[in-house]
Design a protein around this ligand. Structure first.
Ligand SMILES: O=C(O)Cc1cc(O)ccc1O
Ligand SMILES: [Fe+2]
Length: 420
C-alpha cells in the first residue's frame, strides 16, 4: 500500500473502484495470477494513475535477434560450458537494447518454462519503458547500479542486491556507466520464499528484508516508447505521456529488491556437505511438488567448519540444469577460470565438480574453521528443465572458454587397493 507523499489521500478508502477516484485518477487492476487462484497464491494490485495504460499506439515488431525463445537455433550440447566475463559494449547501449538470451526452455504461450539472459549496457533509457508480457524477471546486477523507475516507484539495485520485476510491470533503467548482469525469466508462475521445513520459522531470506518501492508519479507530456517482450519477440508502441504516472497503489503484486548480504546462511556444523538448496533465496515452483522450475541459490560468505569432510562441492551429476554466475570474488570449486561477470552451465546429467587444483588442496587442507572469503558471491539458477543454448550463448557472445573441460583432465587416479 503506497501513496505519493505529494498527494495525500490518493488511495480510495474502503473500496477499490469508487465512482470517481481522489484527484481525478483512473483506477486500474493489474492481475498477477488468475482471478480464481487460491488465496495463498493470489496476486493483484490496484493502481491509481493519471491515465489508464490503454492509451498507447499500435505495437510494431522490433527487428532484433538478441532476445529469443527459439530453442532450436543450435543442436543439443551436453558438454560442460563456461563463459569468460561477457564483453561490455563499446557503443551506446541501453538496458533493453543490451539483453541477450543465453539459454532456456519452454514456451511463454503455454506458461511453462524459463529463459536466462545477460544484459550488457552503458546508457540510460531515455523516454523508454519496458514490460515483459511473458513472465517475471529476476535481475542480478554484477557491474553497475541499476536505477530502476517502475510504475510502482523507484528501486536502486546494486551488485550484491537483486530485484524481481513481475510480469507486466513497466520499468525504465538509468545506468551510471558500464553495466553487466544476469536475468532469470520464468514463464507462468511467480517467485516465492522456499519452505523452511525442519529449519523452523527463521532462517534463509526473511520476508521483512524484501524492499518495495513507494509510489512516485511523474507528469510528463512527451513521447514515450513502450517496449514489450511478447511471445519471445520484442515490440514497440509510441504514446504521448509518461507511463510512470501512478499516484498510489495497493496490493501484493509489485516489484521488489533484496540485499543478498542479509541472507541468514544455514549449513553443516558437524560433517559432510549440505546440498546447495540450503542456500535458496527464492524459488519458482513447477507443477511437481518440491521441484523447482527455477531456484535462485547463492553461495555467500560463511564459516566452513565441517570435520573429516571434503568441504568444497562434491562431484555431481544432476537431473536438474545448473547455470552459475559470479557477482564478485571467487567460487570454492574453481580456483581459476570462473570469473566475476562470467558463467557456467552444467546441463542435465552433465558431470561437474571441483577442478583438480581444488581437489588436491581440499583433500589435504587443515580442517580448522575457515571463513569462505568475505565478498565472495556466486549464485546458481537451478531448473528442472533441460536448457537449450542460443546462437548468441554458444557462439556470437565471443566468451566461451574452449578449455573449460581441461580443468578436470589431470585429476589423478589415487586408488590403491593396499591402502585403506
Ligand atoms: O558447483 C556447483 O555445481 C553447484 C553445487 C554446489 C554445491 O555445494 C553442491 C552441489 C552443487 O551442484
Ligand atoms: Fe552441481
Amino acid at each position: 500500500m503506497s501513496e505519493d507523499p505529494r498527494t495525500p489521500g490518493s488511495l480510495p478508502r474502503g473500496q477499490n473502484n469508487p465512482q470517481r477516484c481522489p484527484y481525478g485518477l483512473y483506477a486500474e487492476q493489474l492481475s498477477g495470477t488468475a482471478f480464481t487462484a487460491p488465496r495463498g497464491e493470489n496476486q493483484k494490485s490496484w493502481l491509481y494513475r493519471i491515465r489508464p495504460s490503454v492509451i498507447h499506439g499500435i505495437f510494431k515488431k522490433v527487428d532484433q535477434n538478441r532476445i529469443t525463445i527459439n530453442w532450436n537455433e543450435r543442436p543439443p550440447n551436453p558438454n560442460q560450458i563456461r563463459w569468460r566475463p561477457f564483453p561490455l559494449p563499446s557503443t551506446n547501449v541501453d538496458f533493453v537494447e543490451g539483453i541477450y538470451t543465453v539459454c532456456g526452455a519452454g514456451d511463454p504461450r503455454l506458461r511453462v518454462g524459463l529463459a536466462i539472459h545477460i544484459y550488457l549496457a552503458n546508457t540510460s533509457m531515455k523516454n523508454k519503458a519496458f514490460y515483459n508480457s511473458d513472465g517475471d524477471f529476476l535481475i542480478v546486477p554484477q557491474l553497475g547500479t541499476l536505477d530502476i523507475k517502475t510504475e510502482f516507484g523507484r528501486l536502486i539495485v546494486e551488485p550484491n542486491e537483486i530485484c524481481v520485476i513481475p510480469q507486466g510491470i513497466k520499468f525504465s533503467v538509468d545506468l551510471n556507466g558500464a553495466s553487466r548482469g544476469y536475468i532469470l525469466e520464468v514463464f507462468g508462475s511467480h517467485f516465492s520464499l522456499p519452505e523452511l521445513g525442519p529449519i523452523g520459522a527463521n532462517g534463509l531470506a526473511y520476508a521483512k528484508h524484501f524492499e518495495y518501492p513507494t509510489a512516485r508519479y511523474e507528469e510528463i507530456e512527451e513521447k514515450y516508447m513502450i517496449f514489450t517482450k511478447y511471445q519471445g519477440s520484442l515490440f514497440a508502441a509510441l504514446q504521448s505521456h509518461s507511463p510512470f504516472d501512478v499516484v498510489a497503489w495497493q496490493g501484493n503484486y509489485a516489484p521488489y529488491k533484496y540485499n543478498l548480504e542479509r541472507f541468514m546462511t544455514i549449513n553443516t556444523v558437524s560433517y559432510d556437505h549440505c546440498d546447495p538448496s540450503i542456500f535458496t533465496v527464492l524459488t519458482c515452483q513447477s507443477q511437481k511438488p518440491g521441484t523447482a522450475l527455477a531456484d535462485f541459490v547463492i553461495f555467500p560468505p560463511r564459516w566452513a567448519v565441517a570435520e573429516h569432510t571434503f568441504r568444497p562441492p562434491y562431484y555431481h551429476r544432476n537431473c536438474m540444469s545448473e547455470f552459475m554466475g559470479l557477482i564478485q570474488g571467487g567460487y570454492e570449486a574453481k580456483e581459476d577460470g570462473f570469473l566475476p561477470g562470467g558463467a557456467s552451465l552444467h546441463s542435465i546429467m552433465t558431470p561437474h565438480g571441483p577442478d583438480s587444483v581444488c581437489f588436491d588442496s581440499a583433500s589435504s587442507a587443515d580442517l580448522k574453521p575457515t571463513k569462505i572469503a568475505i565478498g565472495d558471491m556466486a549464485f546458481m539458477f537451478e531448473s528442472c528443465m533441460g536448457l537449450s543454448l542460443t546462437e548468441w550463448g554458444e557462439v556470437s557472445c565471443s566468451a566461451i572458454d574452449e578449455d573449460y573441460n581441461k580443468c578436470w583432465q589431470d585429476l589423478k587416479k589415487n586408488f590403491d587397493m593396499m591402502k585403506l
